[in-house]
Design a binder for this molecule. Structure first.
Ligand SMILES: C[S@@+](CC[C@H](N)C(=O)[O-])C[C@H]1O[C@@H](n2cnc3c(N)ncnc32)[C@H](O)[C@@H]1O
Length: 238
């Protein structure tokens, strides 16, 4: 049995009971080192298999191998396991009929939204700016389509050393459809040490504040700043 466990963005209180129970009761925990550190209080007798950030396929293959020996294995994913996480890869790797359970978690966008205010009250989408496995042209086409449709846009993987400019490009594309009268929220290190939020107009975003543990939420044309919180009205008549 493999359980693919979303542990939330970082804080203990953002984990579900199901996630904690699964980790406590399994035989083997498999994960990226940073995530194993976040859950170490729940690890006791379980065997732990850790590797680095780019080792997802090896990690998941090892998890499948361990579970084929009859062990219950938890594969740890940050946020929600099914949102840019490990759940899909595990399903692609297991033999047909092998037992898999996906334990959902709080994803970065909703956790970030909660501390920014309520920016996801209306239709929104998720776009990852990582082109490691998706062509950049496809990513930018999705950004343009989302902007043209006035979606609230949650940008994951906004910046890394290898691609520092994609976020600037993406926000420029959005401005070319929507203009500059849009609010943008940065939620950094949500649920982790140094958690921080910054709200600014799209043409005043401080790109230096954005890194790989930031989720960028671009409001739609109705999103407002109410007392320093980012709110997208749902449309109630007041
Ligand atoms: C590979 S994706 C994993 C997403 C994860 N499965 C989830 O549901 O949140 C990594 C991206 O998620 C966002 N992210 C993950 N954890 C975060 C956190 N604690 N604070 C802010 N953003 C976070 C960042 O945009 C980061 O680059």
């Amino acid at each position: 049995m493999i359980k693919v466990v979303g542990i939330g963005p970082g804080a203990r209180e953002h984990m579900t009971y199901a996630a904690v129970e699964a980790i406590k009761s399994c035989d083997v925990v498999v994960g990226y080192k940073t995530y194993i550190d976040l859950i170490k209080e729940f690890i006791d007798e379980q065997e732990v298999i850790v590797n680095g950030m780019r080792g997802e396929v090896e990690r998941c293959k090892e998890a499948v191998a361990q579970s084929l020996k009859g062990k219950t294995v938890c594969v740890i994913s940050s946020g929600d396991a099914g949102v840019y996480g490990m759940a899909g890869l595990i399903y692609e790797l297991v033999p047909e009929g092998h037992a898999v359970e996906v334990i959902p978690g709080v994803t970065a966008s909703t956790a970030g939204a909660a501390i920014l205010g309520a920016p996801l009250m209306h239709d929104f989408c998720h776009i990852s700016l990582s082109d490691l496995m998706t062509p950049l042209e496809t990513i930018y086409n999705r950004v343009k389509a989302a902007a043209a449709s006035d979606f609230v846009i949650c940008l994951y993987n906004p910046k890394s050393h290898g691609r520092p400019e994609y976020i600037n490009e993406a926000l420029s594309m959005i401005m070319s459809y929507q203009g500059t009268n849009l609010w943008v929220g940065l939620a950094k290190d949500v649920g982790r040490e140094g958690e921080r939020t910054i709200i600014s107009k799209i043409d005043e975003v401080d790109y230096d504040l954005i890194d790989m543990t930031t989720v960028v939420i671009v409001g739609n044309s109705n999103t407002r700043n109410i007392g320093g919180k980012m709110i997208t009205p749902r449309g109630y008549t007041l």
